[in-house]
Write a protein that binds this ligand. Structure first.
Ligand code: CP
Length: 319
């Protein structure tokens, strides 16, 4: 048992394999809490967490709120167009105002990359990045790693080091990639990014993946996990592909492509899904392959773990 060696969760690249395993093992302990009839522990009673969401969210926001409630923390839900930022207040002044209430941790989502660092600087309290622009989404990557750990490492006995994960789609706009690639590489996985050249960054090698591919069908048979990214219509500039139909024909995971996959390959997606674009309903709801709702559930578990560890919990939480 020991103290967790990080104050913030902003850049998953700063977390070692031991740190990631501490989060996953702590999430596993909280799974026991979530499977009881009364899904609540007094662990964070007396702590106040601010959820500052300046951009839309369903999964991340709701799972943080549920995680905080199940840990008995007090939560202040804040952000967006209802705050005094629309009257010209700076981010730093807003954060300093909230800190005057003696809050203990801030969860922040923002459309602009780097905002969690500014919040950390202005607040002095632990900060969890809940997705910032095209930069990172570390709790998403941790819940993905937890899901892969459950299904592949624990259930099938395949270690992370023997897994080949393909991340498919809008690589260039993806904050999920910004956290998931370093997380997978830290755990020893082989990683291939796949997508049209127009949705790749100018220098895909800087992402840290082992391989860059442009043809999904030639890569699919090698993959143990097929991680489909959302086409981010709100971040697309210009016309990176002629039509969604053409994108889906080349890069969508469809019933036809099922036959190209390993029999035990998993299908992941961070949500929200554009059905009929990245995934057809056959694959999105595939009872053996799709772990999309397991990822959603894991979101509560890893967010409970992150809140607990960053607020001073020991790595040996006893459920
Ligand atoms: N995966 C994810 O971040 O979803 P939300 O935007 O709904 O939070």
């Amino acid at each position: 048992m020991g103290c967790f060696p990080h104050k913030h969760l902003i850049d998953l690249g700063e977390y070692s394999a031991d740190d990631i395993m501490t989060v996953l093992a702590t999430a596993q302990k909280f799974k026991q809490v979530n499977e009881r009839r009364i899904k609540k522990v007094p662990t964070l009673k007396g702590f106040t967490v601010v959820n500052m969401f300046n951009e839309p969210s369903t999964r991340t926001r709701s799972s943080f709120e549920i995680a905080e409630k199940r840990l008995s923390a007090d939560a202040l839900n804040f952000g967006g167009s209802s705050t005094s930022t629309v009257k010209g207040e700076s981010l730093a002044d807003t954060v300093r105002t909230l800190c005057a209430y003696k809050i203990d941790l801030i969860v922040v989502r923002d459309a602009h990359a780097g905002v969690p660092y500014k919040v950390a600087e202005a607040s002095g309290v632990p900060v969890i990045d809940a997705g910032d622009g095209k930069h990172q989404h570390p709790t998403q990557a941790l819940l993905d790693l937890y899901t892969i750990w459950q299904h592949k490492v624990l259930a099938e006995g395949v270690p992370f080091e023997k897994l080949h994960v393909g991340i498919v789609g809008d690589i260039g706009h993806s904050r999920v990639c910004g956290s998931l690639i370093p997380g997978l590489k830290t755990m020893g996985c082989e990683v291939t990014v796949v997508g049209p050249p127009t949705l790749m960054p100018a220098r895909p090698d800087v992402l840290g993946a082992d391989h860059v591919a442009y043809d999904l069908d030639s890569v699919l048979p090698q993959l143990d996990v097929v991680y489909m990214l959302r086409i981010q219509r709100e971040r697309l500039e210009g016309a990176p592909f002629p039509s969604l139909r053409e994108y889906s024909l080349l890069y969508g995971l469809t019933r036809e492509r099922d036959a190209l996959m390993k029999p035990d390959a998993l299908v992941c997606h961070p949500g929200p899904i554009n059905r009929g674009v990245e995934l057809d309903s056959f694959m999105a709801d595939h009872p053996a392959r799709s772990v999309v709702l397991d990822q959603v559930y894991a979101g509560v578990l890893v967010r409970m773990a992150a809140l607990y560890l960053l607020l001073g919990g020991q790595d040996g939480f006893d459920a």
